[in-house]
Design a protein around this ligand. Structure first.
Ligand SMILES: *[C@@H]1O[C@H](CO)[C@@H](O)[C@H](O)[C@H]1NC(C)=O
Ligand SMILES: *[C@@H]1O[C@H](CO)[C@@H](O)[C@H](O)[C@H]1NC(C)=O
Ligand SMILES: *[C@@H]1O[C@H](CO)[C@@H](O)[C@H](O)[C@H]1NC(C)=O
Ligand SMILES: *[C@@H]1O[C@H](CO)[C@@H](O)[C@H](O)[C@H]1NC(C)=O
Ligand SMILES: *[C@@H]1O[C@H](CO)[C@@H](O)[C@H](O)[C@H]1NC(C)=O
Ligand SMILES: *[C@@H]1O[C@H](CO)[C@@H](O)[C@H](O)[C@H]1NC(C)=O
Ligand SMILES: *[C@@H]1O[C@H](CO)[C@@H](O)[C@H](O)[C@H]1NC(C)=O
Ligand SMILES: *[C@@H]1O[C@H](CO)[C@@H](O)[C@H](O)[C@H]1NC(C)=O
Ligand SMILES: *[C@@H]1O[C@H](CO)[C@@H](O)[C@H](O)[C@H]1NC(C)=O
Length: 671
């Protein structure tokens, strides 16, 4: 390149042969533009055995003329020994010492200068033509931005804006469009025989937001006082996916059991996202389309998050699906008391649940399936045994309602509602069986019963049932019981057991009574005859009881005299003299007490009673004897007994007995 002419080839040959040559140091190509300047740093060495430089010429776009064997072209500068001849067109200067420094300065440089320069150096023995490329453009040069191979976010990087131009006579400045804190700028001007350039270095930590932005380096011309050229590059900042979000695609609010679609969204990624990861219910799963479909979503689904990945993965903040559901885990709490519930105390039940969405809920209560009331709490100011039962609490929201498990409310109370139940019935015939049961209501159950009789005598019987088998006449009377559990004791009201005579006993007693009757009638007859003045007969009304224990009689509240007057002859034991003293009573046997009269009894007592149409009636007649002080049956110490009472069985019917009349009572025949 620097050996162009054939003569130079020869020179080169000579130079090599004697190991001496011209040596130049200068930039290969120099760049400038019309109106600016060019400074060409240059050094050279004259071959060792040559003499001093004699001639120096600077050509512009020279050519070698084969005819003249010389170079021709426009001469920009010329000088020769004794260095008093000069052609100095002022704008072109060859500086230096004419021995080794060949620095050239052209100011201003013109567009016509574009091309190459030729520096012709001649000594007495040697000649040299040095070609220097000069690129002068019409418009100012554009700076060149040099980027590192990769820019990563947060990794410090230096960008260089380079202009292959530097000229001491022409002031320029390189400036960047990026003006942010944290940016360091260094400007470097190089003007050496190797490099002529102006550089500006930009050092900063790129942010991912710098990705895709234009970065411009501008050339500021101080002479023109304006930006004369610029270069723009698009910043390519590698970064992980940014602003990753988990997006719920469902258009409406999610309810338990719905199908939920989620997508993983991001705003920026360099390079592009290649895959996604999901964190769902504690499991990592990977997929490419960036969608997650959840079938039948659970009410307690945990927050979900996704990651978008290129060579780095970025996780999104987790999203809560906020799944709407009916209240969960509804349960009844016993707020007070904390332990057993005793009747009469204040009781408060509460209802609670673990989760409900939406939170707006209604509470209501049911007892044994029947609506009770609304409210979170169910209170009893004074709980009663009747409040015991199965309780449910319900909690509903706009999604649905949930029922608690049933809670059995047990109320403890002392015995109550005590009563003595008599079986088979209150009136029992002697010889049969009677069972008295102490019925009660208590919680906890009764552990002890105590029985008492009409005299409040403790019977020392501690069972719930009192069996009288066989029942005796003496068992008649009122019974009551007492029952106790852990909480207390209670007494029943008395219940009366009535024991009837059996027909056998009645028959036996009547037979004895008839004998007495006849004997007494005779005695009375004689007594009437003898003592006529003794007429007063005491009324038989009211209760009469023989305390003497010597007579058998029937007590009746109302004396029925009419049948007597109608048919006095029907009486089996009739005493016309003692008419006023005779009264009747009707005795009826209780139903079910079947008993056929014995032949002996029936034969003796054949006449009908006062109600002839009622075969089952038995009529007794009572004779009241006037007070006879010496009569053997009358005790002198019982003044109320003004007579002797006899009874007579008039008729003993066969068949079913009608129900007993209350008005009839039996009394004991005492001997
Ligand atoms: C120097 O250059 C001039 C002009 O080209 C020329 O006339 C002169 O002869 C040269 N001198 C020598 C010694 O070659
Ligand atoms: C340069 O100097 C030489 C000798 O000293 C003289 O002959 C010549 O005329 C001078 N040339 C000019 C242009 O002055
Ligand atoms: C060459 O000359 C120029 C101008 O006088 C000067 O600036 C430069 O330093 C010189 N170069 C050397 C290598 O001495
Ligand atoms: C001058 O430089 C520009 C850009 O550097 C280039 O495109 C052009 O070809 C060069 N001109 C010459 C004559 O070398
Ligand atoms: C600037 O000069 C360097 C070498 O000095 C060269 O590699 C580069 O291509 C030049 N730039 C332009 C824009 O010509
Ligand atoms: C970046 O510069 C180019 C031209 O260099 C332009 O087309 C583009 O709109 C610019 N972009 C921005 C974001 O400024
Ligand atoms: C996804 O992200 C982009 C960019 O941030 C945004 O424009 C778009 O609206 C997002 N999509 C959804 C569904 O949020
Ligand atoms: C009700 O349930 C919630 C959630 O489980 C709990 O935080 C709160 O303590 C419960 N309230 C009562 C009174 O137990
Ligand atoms: C909950 O139930 C009550 C009673 O059944 C009803 O009045 C109320 O509207 C319900 N509330 C909701 C949110 O469905």
């Amino acid at each position: 390149m620097h050996l162009l002419g054939p003569s130079l080839l020869l020179l080169e040959y000579l130079a090599f042969s004697d190991s001496s040559e011209w040596k130049f140091e200068r930039p290969h190509t120099l760049y400038s533009w019309d109106g600016a300047c060019v400074w060409i740093p240059c050094k050279y060495k004259i071959p060792r055995f040559s003499e001093a430089l004699e001639n120096l010429t600077l050509y512009r776009n020279y050519e070698y003329d084969d005819a003249t064997k010389n170079f021709k072209g426009s001469i920009l500068y010329e000088d020769r020994k004794p260095w008093n001849y000069t052609f100095h067109p002022k704008r072109v200067q060859v500086l230096g010492d004419r021995s080794s420094n060949c620095t050239i300065f052209i100011n201003p440089v013109l567009e016509q200068d574009n091309g190459h320069l030729g520096l012709r150096l001649i000594t007495k023995t040697d000649r040299w033509m040095e070609k220097i490329d000069l690129n002068v453009s019409k418009t100012p040069l554009s700076p060149h931005i040099q980027l590192p191979p990769e820019i990563r976010e947060s990794q410090e990087v230096t960008l260089t804006c380079l202009l292959n131009f530097s000229c001491p006579g022409y002031q320029i400045q390189l400036q960047w469009s990026l003006e942010e804190p944290g940016i360091t700028l260094t400007t470097l001007t190089t003007l050496t025989t190797k490099t002529v350039s102006t550089q500006s270095k930009l050092t900063f930590q790129p942010h991912w937001t710098h990705h895709g932005r234009n970065l411009t380096c501008q050339l500021w011309d101080h002479n023109a006082e304006r930006i004369v050229s610029e270069e723009t590059v698009l910043l390519d900042v590698k970064h992980a996916p940014k602003e990753v979000t988990t997006v719920i695609q469902n258009p409406t609010r999610i309810r338990e059991g719905d199908t939920v679609t989620l997508s993983c969204n991001y705003s920026s990624s360099n390079p592009r996202v290649t895959r996604y990861e999901w964190d769902f219910q504690g499991f990592r799963r990977e997929n490419s389309p960036g969608m997650l479909i959840i079938q039948k979503v659970a009410w307690d689904t945990m927050p979900i998050t996704c990651a978008a990945c290129n060579q780095w993965c970025s996780w999104a903040p987790s999203v809560n699906l906020d799944v709407q559901h009916a209240p969960k885990d509804v349960r009844i709490l016993q707020i007070s008391p904390s332990s057993e519930i005793h009747s009469g105390y204040r009781v408060l039940l509460g209802c609670n649940f673990s989760s409900s969405r939406p939170r707006d809920v209604h509470f209501f209560w049911k007892k044994n399936g029947i609506f009770l009331k609304e409210g979170k709490e169910l209170g009893f100011d004074s709980i009663s045994p009747e409040d015991a039962g199965s309780y449910n609490c319900f909690v509903n929201n706009s999604i649905g309602q949930t029922m608690s498990e049933a809670r059995m409310l047990r109320v403890l109370y002392a015995p109550r509602k005590l009563r003595v139940a008599i079986s088979p019935k209150d009136q029992v015939m002697e010889g049969k069986k009677a069972v008295l049961t102490c019925e009660s209501d208590a919680n906890p159950p009764i552990f002890q019963y105590t029985w008492f009789d009409w005299n409040n005598q403790n019977l020392h019987h501690y069972d719930q049932m009192l069996r009288l088998d066989p029942v005796k006449i003496q068992h008649s009377g009122a019974y009551w019981c007492e029952a106790a559990n852990q909480l207390g004791r209670a007494q029943s009201p008395p219940s009366t057991l009535t024991v009837y005579y059996s027909p056998e006993t009645i028959g036996r007693r009547v037979a004895v009574g008839v004998g007495f009757c006849l004997a007494t009638l005779l005695l009375a007859f004689w007594g009437v005859k003898l003592q006529r003045s003794w007429k007063r007969i005491r009324s038989q009304q009211g209760l009469q009881e023989s305390s003497s224990g010597q007579s058998f009689f029937v007590r009746k509240q109302k004396v029925r005299r009419a049948p007597l007057s109608e048919d006095p002859h029907s009486l089996g034991c009739y005493n016309p003299v003692m008419e006023d003293a005779i009264s009747y009573a009707t005795l009826r046997f209780p139903v079910g007490e079947t008993d056929t009269p014995r032949p002996g009894d029936a034969g003796t007592l054949e006449t009908e009673g006062p109600s002839p149409n009622r075969d089952d009636t038995v009529t007794y007649s009572v004779l009241q004897k006037r007070r006879v002080g010496d009569y053997e049956n009358v005790l002198p110490d019982s003044p109320e007994d003004e007579g002797i009472h006899y009874s007579e069985l008039v008729h003993l019917g066969v068949g079913e007995r009608p129900l007993a009349q209350d008005a009839v009572e039996y009394v004991t025949l005492k001997h």
